[in-house]
Design a protein around this ligand. Structure first.
Ligand SMILES: [Zn+2]
Length: 183
């Protein structure tokens, strides 16, 4: 929660900037929306600046956390440290709507629209981490993966099929050699 009411006072001497930082443990439904699993809370910092207009602001900040994804070969959990930095224009439109990233407004700029001075950034910060997740992860570069029975071969390397001895490129017709014509 960030209280932006000081920025909305428009009084002489009112602050032009609100800054805060903290830890966020996103609610499970927020994680589910973004398909995100986290190791520990997110560490965030936000600065909202009044850019001079009555309802125009800019938010600048960063969020850090550790996402958990499955290794694409062996499906064990892999931690990935993620840091996301962002700058967005913000606009105040009094309503009972939560903070929303409006991508339909003027130009190509996405605008964060908030409806009340008390702004809950939890969904936004969670989304910023989610979009920085790696598309796929490996637990290690030479992960052996699972065999056909679902056994993790990293834990049972003795089950790894014998490696092909000759890995030099062969003629494309070499593969035909192994075709069972009686099949
Ligand atoms: Zn793996």
């Amino acid at each position: 929660m960030l209280n932006l009411s000081p920025l909305l006072m428009h009084a002489p001497g009112a602050p032009l900037e609100v800054q805060d930082e903290g830890l966020l443990q996103p609610a499970q439904e927020l994680l589910d929306v973004d398909g995100l699993r986290l190791r520990g809370p997110l560490e965030w910092e936000l600065t909202v600046v009044n850019t001079g207009g009555d309802d125009d602001f800019v938010v600048e900040g960063s969020v850090r956390g550790t996402a958990i994804n499955e290794c694409r070969r062996c499906l064990t959990d892999v931690d990935t440290d993620i840091e996301a930095s962002f700058v967005y224009p913000m606009r105040y439109r009094p309503s009972d709507q939560p903070l929303v990233l409006d991508e339909s407004l003027e130009d190509d700029d996405d605008v964060l629209v908030f409806g009340a001075p008390e702004v809950d950034f939890a969904a936004f910060l969670t989304q910023m981490i989610a979009i920085e997740q790696p598309l796929t992860v490996l637990c290690k570069p030479d992960c052996l993966g699972l065999n056909e029975e679902g056994v993790n071969l990293n834990e049972h390397p003795e089950l790894v099929p014998e490696a092909v001895e000759d890995e030099t490129p062969e003629s494309p017709f070499a593969a035909l050699r192994d075709i069972d014509l009686n099949a």
